[in-house]
Design a protein around this ligand. Structure first.
Ligand code: HEM
Length: 127
């Protein structure tokens, strides 16, 4: 039987590998690295906490940082559709490399597409 909670299906270890791989890609992506800190250790740690609760696991992010308010927390960073697509491309590659597949991957990725588009806060046409 498949677990009902996505977090249980992926497991803490694979989720951690996914996020580490994801930030290795972010760190070298031309449309992303300029807006991220140079040292992504703390970013990855927070993202693991966030994804844990996003996938129905324990509320690790909220326990340490309070209400996620993800759109508000992203406002200081210029995110146009270009950055959203870049973010998703890094995630898709990381998912391939960690071996996520099937219905689980499809559902998880689709949710991330919606969330990433929700984070867009610039048109990308400003000078
Ligand atoms: C933090 C960019 C989408 C979750 C950040 C930071 C940047 C960023 C620059 C700050 C990093 C730091 O200071 O440590 C982007 C871009 C996105 C995107 C360009 C493209 C759409 C997402 C999505 C999610 C997400 C889809 C969740 C599904 C987070 C979390 C943090 C974060 C949990 C840490 C917040 C904190 O400091 O407490 N993001 N992000 N981001 N992002 Fe994103």
């Amino acid at each position: 039987r498949k677990p009902l909670i996505p977090y249980e299906e992926i497991g803490a270890e694979k989720l951690s590998e996914l996020i580490d791989l994801f930030y290795e890609k972010v760190a070298v992506h031309p449309d992303l690295y300029p807006i991220f800190p140079k040292d992504l250790t703390e970013t990855a740690r927070k993202q693991k906490q966030f994804q844990t609760q996003y996938l129905g696991g324990p509320n690790l992010y909220t326990e340490e940082h309070g209400h996620p308010m993800m759109k508000a927390r992203h406002m200081p960073f210029p995110i146009s559709p270009v950055q959203a697509e870049a973010w998703l491309a890094c995630m898709a590659e990381a998912m391939d490399e960690v071996g996520l597949e099937g219905k689980f991957r499809e559902t998880y990725y689709k949710r991330l597409v919606l969330t990433a588009h929700h984070m867009v806060n610039r048109s990308g046409e400003e000078k």
